[in-house]
Design a binder for this molecule. Structure first.
Ligand code: AMP
Length: 443
């Protein structure tokens, strides 16, 4: 098995890897790191949770270290594109973590916040810009940034960017990079559109795949449960009331749906919050921080808002509604079973969603397990009225209103159930992830 020191990384970067407690490179790291250091263009099929961020951040820092000690005004040495603000911010956190012994500057350029601080950060020139495509195009258009000196471009979660309609923006952005650049494209799925994009912008790419195309992560125990529409809410509460639920993400198809489910769960006494595109960036960051810290145990999310969210110890993903695109299923369930853990994904589907379920099963190449009779039995035929029952989280201080609603039915959800211990890094410390980062700051 390859070790980190076999991969050709500089000692300052290896030190950061050791400090993080990583013992051995993950399969994607063992292949992408040497290939990037050898200046190859790369097309990588890599799902979230496989260590893909370090697979491109570590060699990127290494390459910048050798080639570009300081960036010129309004330019950047490397550009990382991500589909969502949250993912961009998380990548920036990783840059800070893995680059703690190097002196690279990085700036996050995302929408939903004032452009002024970003413009000021870019004016000085930065080594790495982590951006969502829309806001980056604004800065390129206004002249706040140019890409004439950019040598490395990474497109993370490229399939998501395409799904979100960013293809024209990506084409324009890559068109701004004039020199001989190294381009790395990572995607959790490999639809034809990704191959077309790769053909257009990658030069003789090395194709790397650490998981069979479009297969979902093996460690996730996946179930689909047939529930009539009116019974879905109670089925959801039953699932979240299980003693093994440590931290859960519930997916809905629409923003309104997310708000409604969130309200319903709160009325039932659960500590939840919703995250979706209608929330301000500040709200989204606060919600994520509460979820990370464990204050909020259940996050109700739409696909877009949840993309790229890397929170350890998400024990359950519940699809309250199936996604329209089967690929989104792979992304959704990838929020659990991170960093070598296992996880549970339960999909609730009604009759109208059966074709969507079949689409997912075709994509992942397997039938989703039969429903657990318990959930199915409890779920069928329930009405839409919230049941007032106890689902107390260990650190949940119930309000008077909630207390009055509590009945002693259902098992309390403990903040840390014995079956799901926190992820440990190589030295037995909890893995360090999810620190917040000032999105404007030059890191
Ligand atoms: P990613 O797929 O980049 O979102 O990473 C998933 C998780 O794996 C993150 O929490 C990382 O901190 C962790 N991780 C990345 N590389 C390693 C490694 N070599 N050993 C242990 N954990 C890792």
């Amino acid at each position: 098995m390859k070790q980190f020191h076999d991969l050709g990384l500089a000692s300052s970067i290896l030190r950061a890897v050791v400090a993080e407690g990583y013992e051995t490179p993950t399969p994607i790291q063992a292949t992408v790191i040497p290939a990037m250091l050898a200046s190859n263009d790369i097309l990588a099929l890599a799902q979230t949770g496989t260590g893909k961020t370090a697979s491109f951040v570590l060699p990127l820092l290494d390459r910048l270290g050798h080639q570009r000690p300081t960036a010129k005004a309004k330019s950047c040495g490397a550009l990382i594109l991500a589909p969502t603000r949250e993912l961009a911010e998380q990548i920036a956190v990783s840059i800070r973590t893995y680059g703690r012994f190097t002196r690279h500057s990085a700036t996050v350029v995302v929408g939903g916040v004032k452009p002024g601080p970003q413009i000021r950060a870019l004016a000085k020139g930065v080594d790495i810009v982590v951006a969502t495509p829309g806001r980056l195009l604004d800065h390129l258009g206004s002249g706040a940034l140019h890409l004439n000196d950019t040598d490395i471009a990474v497109l993370d979660e490229a399939d998501q960017m395409l799904d979100l309609g960013f293809t024209p923006a990506i084409r324009k952005i890559l068109g701004h990079i004039k020199g001989a650049r190294q381009t790395v494209l990572l995607s959790a799925t490999m639809p034809k559109a990704i191959r077309r994009l790769a053909k257009e912008f990658l030069r003789d790419p090395l194709e790397i795949s650490v998981a069979p195309a479009s297969r979902t992560i093996e460690r996730i125990n996946q179930k689909a449960v047939h529930v009539d529409k009116p019974g879905k809410r109670q089925a959801l509460i039953d699932i979240l009331g299980g003693g093994d639920v440590e931290r859960a993400i519930v997916f809905t198809r629409t923003k309104r749906g997310a708000d409604k489910v969130n309200e319903y769960l709160q009325e039932a006494g659960l500590v939840t919050d919703a995250i979706h595109g209608n929330k301000s960036q500040g709200q989204r960051r606060r919600t994520l921080a509460s979820f990370r810290s464990g204050k909020v145990k259940v996050l109700v999310a739409t696909d877009i808002a949840a993309r790229g969210i890397d929170v350890d110890d998400v024990s359950h993903v519940v699809n309250y509604e199936l996604p329209d695109m089967p690929e989104a299923y792979v992304h959704r369930i990838g929020r659990t079973a991170r960093a070598g853990k296992s996880g549970i994904a339960v999909s609730l589907y009604d009759k109208s969603e059966q074709p969507l379920l079949h689409g997912i099963e075709r994509l992942i190449g397997r039938k989703l397990e039969a429903p657990s009779s318990q959930i199915a039995a409890r779920s069928q035929g329930d009405d839409m009225t919230p049941r007032k029952r106890s689902h107390k989280f260990a650190d949940d201080k119930p309000s008077k209103r909630r207390r009055s609603k509590r009945h002693a039915r259902g098992k309390p959800i403990s903040a840390r159930s014995p079956s799901t211990t926190p992820p440990k890094n190589g030295r037995g410390k909890p893995a360090r992830r999810g620190r917040s980062v000032d999105r404007h700051a030059t890191l």
